[in-house]
Design a protein around this ligand. Structure first.
Ligand SMILES: *Cc1c(COP(=O)(O)O)cnc(C)c1O
Ligand SMILES: [Zn+2]
Length: 400
């Protein structure tokens, strides 16, 4: 175990990782896990990975679990990095899709839940509560079930219906709110104060980032430790982007990659684009986005607790932030499926729209290596697909 402490990115205070700590007790900012990277560098080599299982725990030296027996795993991680050669050729770039649709529960939220719930168990947590746009709640519900932890989940009534079913079948205590995730967050806040359970809200505990960080570690490993030029990420709370950034910083520090960092692109829906607005205005933090609405439900986050970390990651890597419309998202979702056979979620499709825009503007240059995160399976959003299917009578022929 190489974890040394929890560090506050705002006030630099250090805290022990050996008891449950939510936000920084000094200033209320999200906390980051720190490791003894010099020791990791000395004791962990790329060759060690060869004989390890293809799941996210293969990077255990860079993960916060103290005792392996607390690991709660459903086989998450090492998702495929697909070369989208046809679409890449059209854009004159080397285009990849990291497909998180193929993971327990069908979204990358499994990564944060696996590591977050494992650590919760390790720290003796018996109940947790969280607001969610659906996918995180579903993921935490299934991992909490395996860990014998009670999960209180609150999600908007408009969240994808399948995520409700997942929470319910996993035995979570599920509640719907006539409002947004921000409203669900207020309800959870009151529940946490009353029940004394762990608050598993986005970034209110430090371990979910560590799970999501493994997307960055895997991308690097799958590209044979060659850092891609650009990574596009559909950004809601931004945990994945913060995690991927952290992964590349840590890899650089242990000497597995060179000095290069990928330019990180936060992709948001035009109907909820607080990070894009803040980036365009060169601000360090975002403002609450009123009347947020988009088909890409997982990125409907009007104000992210870690917005300053997302923006910092973008600025530090010379990245950018791009907003795309629902119309573009749905068209590009269909293009990805019909050309490359990849049925991605709307959030994942948003990246492709953004990539096209950035190629057109010259921000992405010819032959650059570009990785898009597909954060979830299209199968989880059956109702966003527009289908017009002719119905035949048994004696009718296919019209040719
Ligand atoms: C949660 C979610 C996102 C956004 O993730 P963050 O890391 O919180 O920004 C993107 N896509 C899908 C499918 C999601 O469920
Ligand atoms: Zn602090």
């Amino acid at each position: 175990m190489y974890m040394t402490h929890l560090e506050c990115p705002k006030c630099s205070a250090k805290h022990t990782p050996h008891k449950l700590t939510q936000l920084c007790p000094e200033c209320g900012a999200p906390l980051l896990v720190r490791y003894d990277l010099a020791k990791v560098k000395a004791n962990f080599s790329k060759e060690d990975l060869i004989k390890r299982k293809p799941d996210l725990w293969r990077y255990r030296e860079l993960l916060p679990l103290v005792d392996e027996t607390n690991k709660i795993s459903l086989g998450e991680g090492m998702t495929p990095l697909l070369a989208l050669s046809k679409l890449g050729r059209q854009l004159n770039i080397e285009l990849y899709l990291k497909d998180e649709g193929i993971i327990p529960g069908g979204t990358f939220k499994a990564r944060g839940a696996a590591v977050g719930v494992s650590r919760a168990k390790e720290l003796g947590v018996t109940s947790l509560a969280m607001p969610t746009n659906g996918n995180a709640g579903a993921a935490w519900a299934i991992y909490a079930a395996k860990a014998d932890i009670d999960a209180y989940i609150v999600m908007p009534v408009d969240a994808p219906a399948i995520t409700r079913n997942e929470c319910a079948i996993a035995g979570a205590k599920l509640f719907l709110v006539k409002g947004l995730i921000s409203d669900a967050g207020k309800i959870v806040g009151r529940a946490v104060a009353k029940l004394g359970c762990m608050d598993a809200s986005t970034l209110k505990e430090p371990y979910r980032i560590e799970g999501k960080k493994t997307m960055g570690l895997e991308i690097a490993e799958q590209l044979a430790w060659e850092v891609p030029d650009v990574i596009l990420y559909p950004t809601g709370g931004g945990v994945g982007l913060i995690g991927i950034y952290k992964a590349f910083l840590e890899l650089r520090q242990i000497g597995w990659t060179g000095n290069k960092l990928p330019r990180l692109v936060a992709v948001q829906a035009a109907g909820c684009a607080p990070i894009v607005k803040a980036w365009e205005e060169k601000k360090a933090a975002s403002e609450f986005w009123d009347n947020a609405a988009t088909v890409a439900f997982g990125i409907t986050v009007p104000k992210a607790l870690g917005d300053f970390l997302v923006l910092d990651a973008i600025y530090q890597t010379n990245g950018c932030a791009v907003a795309v419309t629902d119309e573009e998202i749905l068209n590009d979702q269909a293009e990805l499926a019909s050309v490359e056979g990849t049925f991605v979620c709307p959030e994942g499709a948003a990246n492709y729209t953004a990539a096209k825009k950035l190629c057109a503007s010259g921000w992405i240059k010819p032959n650059e290596k570009v990785v898009m995160l597909n954060t979830g399976a299209g199968l989880k959003y059956p109702d966003t697909v527009r289908v017009h299917v002719p119905v035949l009578q048994p004696d009718e022929d296919i019209p040719l």
